[in-house]
Design a protein. Structure first.
Length: 860
């Protein structure tokens, strides 16, 4: 029989155990093993049954056990220690208040379409979400006043299983918010807070707001599944990355526009300070900038004109681009945007549709006039932007050069901050325990104290630890295989082999990630016989643990999974290669520490950063990877291996062949021999040297605490500074908008008329300098509006300047009011072919870079 209605009965805890609700209500438990111990000790079997989910555990444990625990002094003591620890974590002084500086932002809003925080809150599909989760956790650890904003998806992404034939199956279990670590945001009178957004057709899209507590960081999740909405609006938050364009647009309107409104409600209700900086994690949340412009122009705010509001909003907005893969960027048909923003009931009423359309227009060489591009809008609405590794920053500057066509790629105003991962979430607890034994204080802001101690860990100890971690992975993998095989329809009698699948003493290589084609899941299958020989080598066997989800609409990806599963189903190799369905945080946590080697073979340069290899490294795993993303930056020759990539080979098959061969060679000749080269005690000392070096060299770099500190220093604090300068009474923004308009209008008349230099002939010596003199016509602009620069550097064969630097020229004389002479002395600080030119760029203290306006004048 089916119920006609359902609701959830919340457990009532005995007074003495109320601390359990406090612990379950803050997700800090998910990266605090001691708190997990408290839950586990309530009922170990039940804890496993509910997949380590505190809320479900408390709902399932019986009254009798709770009464028993209320009188258990030992338990109550441990509970008290855990709640005290949480309290101290939430209220203690942290890095931000000590080190970030007085002018650091009072509050930062962080927008992301997905958040991967813990397996029990499945609101993520992959790397982007895990990164967002780690960002919030690290911000919490450092005491950075971040508020997260996202959507609550009724089905999350999807659960992956396999058919008998190895074809990916998707299921969409319904998540009941009452059974999740969420609280509903309520108004002072107890009614629930609701945001509403006008939609074409008349009826508003409404959403309630859930709050998840990620340590010190609140995360607001908007949910449209409420009775007041018509069904098609209730479905707006049905699942991640599903549906057609219009569905995606509605989700993104809810995230961006609704997200800002949710923040306002949150501040109004809780008294939290209004955010000074808005950070959008990828372009999906870009409409937040339009909503802020609405507030500033026609809302209750200061009634600014559009251009002034744009300056105010841009100054405080940071945009992070995450992918060089065009399919990863949202593009909508322009008519759809026109239909939403141009009708009688716009989501941001009063903001002209043509201005919105212009912000997302691909009006540059090679652009598509028919689309509205969310990344392009992201760059135009944010004064500061970055990619997620050095290489990705470089690739992004090339990819988006069209937005600043007057500038060379190197000066495109997109910086980079390399991603990181949250130590306490991803480092096996045993490693922290060794650290603590050796006297490291790792309970503070971060884990920096751990790395210098690595050399003090005896080799035997380190090797035993790796075996423990490998054995844990083997156990977990066998349990998953057994479940998956039963689901695929294999009879119990066919499954005996699983008990001995994988081996805790065999070199273990991991490979897990989403399955878009550039990640090349099946590169290892290029030469199946050779792979077989590697796996089955009698002296130096290798085992592979593989996982990954394909987007439900991507049959190509599903084919790759099937190919792999079929290979792994072969009785000859199935004990050495396994595909584990449903890659998620719960699988990932034992997976990274259990692997000796982490394999990554994307098609360079499509991996923007990649973070799974960082998580492996933090657990002493060695990376075996194409030099892409973060590995391109931090591979140093001793912390793992670089798979040579055949960049420039255009024939895709040939490139795959070359790179696969290189991969096999490395495993056969370098990786396996080193792993199995053991001393008389059975310890592979040369391997452990690399493990230690990996921990010491990468440990401090790959942490999310490093990443988030970089965001504060390089982006959040400067954004807050500019934004305050423009916002205090909006005079700064008004004059900036007016100045930009004057400069744009006057720029066509700006000319470098004549350049002279003196002091050196054709041959000069290092240490000398030479004088440059430029005569510049500025027409209506004044010398204060511009910077005249000598750009100088190494001159290539084509006279192209390389490694160029700039020297500022100073105005020394003016003629007829609009012609000026500028002078500079340029030091010759290196030998070789030297070249220079002169250029004029706009100058204003409120600009974040010389290229921001895209204007430059050079000699004719
Ligand atoms: C870390 C992680 C990812 C992202 O890994 P990439 O290396 O960026 O592909 C995806 N899914 C899960 C579950 C993860 O833990």
């Amino acid at each position: 029989m089916r119920a006609i209605r359902r609701f959830t009965v919340r457990p009532v805890l005995p007074e003495a155990l109320s601390g359990l609700a406090t612990l379950a209500g803050n997700l800090r438990w998910s990266w605090h093993p001691e708190t997990q111990d408290v839950f586990a000790s309530i009922d170990t079997r039940l804890w496993d049954e509910v997949n380590h989910d505190p809320v479900r555990l408390l709902g399932a444990v019986g009254r009798a056990r709770l009464d028993e625990l209320s009188g258990d002094h030992d338990f109550l003591h441990r509970l008290g220690v855990a709640t005290d620890s949480l309290e101290a974590y939430l209220t203690g002084e942290r890095w931000y208040s000590r080190r970030a500086g007085d002018d650091a932002p009072r509050s930062i809003a962080y927008f992301s379409p997905e958040y991967g925080i813990t397996a029990v809150l499945p609101q993520y599909s992959g790397g982007l979400g895990i990164l967002a989760g780690d960002h919030l956790k690290a911000a919490s650890d450092l005491g950075i006043p971040v508020v997260g904003v996202g959507l609550f998806y009724r089905h999350g992404y999807f659960k992956q299983s396999l058919s008998r034939e190895g074809w990916q199956q998707e299921t969409y279990p319904v998540l009941d918010p009452d059974e999740l670590p969420l609280t509903l945001l309520r108004e002072a009178d107890g009614s629930r807070a609701v945001v509403s957004i006008a939609m074409p057709g008349g009826s508003d899209l409404l959403a309630r707001i859930f709050v998840a507590h990620v340590g010190r960081v609140p995360l607001l999740l908007l949910d449209s599944d409420i009775e007041e909405n018509p069904q098609h609006y209730r479905d707006v938050t049905d699942r991640l990355y599903g549906g057609n364009s219009e569905h995606r647009l509605r989700q993104e309107l809810l995230l961006g526009v609704g997200g800002v409104r949710a923040l306002r409600a949150y501040s109004r209700i809780t008294g939290a300070p209004a955010p000074e900086v808005f950070h959008t994690n990828e372009g999906h949340a870009g409409f937040l900038g339009i909503e802020r412009i609405r507030e500033l122009t026609v809302g209750d705010g200061p009634a600014l004109d559009f251009d002034t509001a744009l300056e105010v909003s841009r100054a405080g907005t940071v945009f992070t681009t995450h992918t060089p893969v065009p399919a990863g960027i949202d593009r909508f048909p322009r008519e759809l945007i026109q239909q939403y923003f141009g009708g009688g009931s716009s989501p941001t009423p009063g903001v002209p549709a043509d201005r919105v359309l212009a912000l997302g227009a691909e009006d540059y060489d090679g652009g598509d006039a028919g689309v509205f591009n969310m990344a392009v809008m992201g760059f135009r609405l944010a004064q500061r932007a970055n990619g997620v590794s050095q290489l990705h920053g470089h690739v992004s500057r090339g990819m988006f050069n069209g937005l600043w066509p007057a500038f060379d790629e190197a000066e495109v105003p997109i910086g980079s901050i390399t991603n990181g991962v949250h130590g306490p979430t991803w480092i096996a607890r045993e490693i922290f325990e060794i650290g603590a034994e050796l006297g490291a204080d790792v309970g503070g802001d971060d884990t920096d104290a751990l790395w210098p101690l690595v050399d003090q860990i005896p080799g035997r100890r380190l090797w035993d630890l790796k075996r423990t971690l490998r054995a844990r992975l083997v156990d977990d993998a066998r349990a998953r295989l057994a479940k998956s095989s039963a689901r695929r329809g294999f009879a119990p009698a066919e499954l005996g082999w699983i008990e001995t699948a994988l081996d805790p003493d065999v070199l273990t290589i991991g490979f897990a990630r989403r399955v878009p084609s550039y990640k090349r899941l099946t590169l290892m299958l290029r030469d199946p016989d050779r792979l077989k020989r590697i796996l089955l080598d009698p002296e130096r066997p290798v085992q592979l643990v593989i996982a990954g989800k394909s987007h439900p609409a991507d049959d190509g990806g599903k084919k790759l999974i099937q190919e792999l599963v079929r290979f792994a189903d072969d009785p000859e190799v199935r004990h050495r290669i396994v595909f584990l369905p449903n890659y998620d945080i719960a699988m990932a946590q034992p997976l990274y520490p259990g692997c000796d080697v982490w394999l990554n073979n994307p098609l360079r340069p499509y991996e923007a950063c990649g973070t799974s290899g960082m998580k492996a490294a933090l657990n002493g795993g060695l990376n075996l990877s194409i030099l892409d993303g973060w590995w391109d930056e931090w591979y140093d020759g001793n912390n793992g291996w670089a798979i040579p990539s055949a960049d420039g080979v255009d024939d895709v098959d040939r490139r795959d062949d070359l790179e696969a061969d290189a991969l096999y060679d490395l495993i056969e000749n370098e990786v396996a021999p080193r792993f199995y080269d053991v001393d008389e005690e059975g310890v592979p000392t040369r391997w452990l040297e690399m493990v230690r070096h990996t921990l010491k060299s990468l440990g401090p770099k790959v942490l999310a605490t490093r990443q988030v500190r970089d965001y504060v220093r390089e982006l959040y604090a400067p954004a807050a500074r500019t934004s305050r300068a423009l916002n205090s009474d909006y005079a700064g923004a008004r004059s900036l908008a007016a100045w930009k308009s004057t400069v744009r209008a006057g720029w066509p008349s700006v000319r470098v008329e004549h350049v002279e230099s003196g002091g050196v002939g054709d041959v000069a010596e290092v240490g000398a300098s030479f004088a440059v003199r430029a005569f510049v016509a500025l027409a209506d602009l004044s010398p204060d509006d511009v910077e005249v620069q000598v750009v100088h550097g190494r001159a290539g064969a084509d006279d192209e300047l390389h490694d160029a630097t700039t020297s500022v020229m100073h105005v020394v004389e003016s003629y007829d009011g609009n012609r000026h002479r500028f002078d500079a002395d340029v030091p010759l600080d290196r030998s070789g072919a030297f070249g220079y030119t002169v250029r004029v760029v706009p100058r204003n203290a409120a600009l974040a870079s010389v290229s921001e306006m895209g204007l430059v004048a050079v000699p004719a």
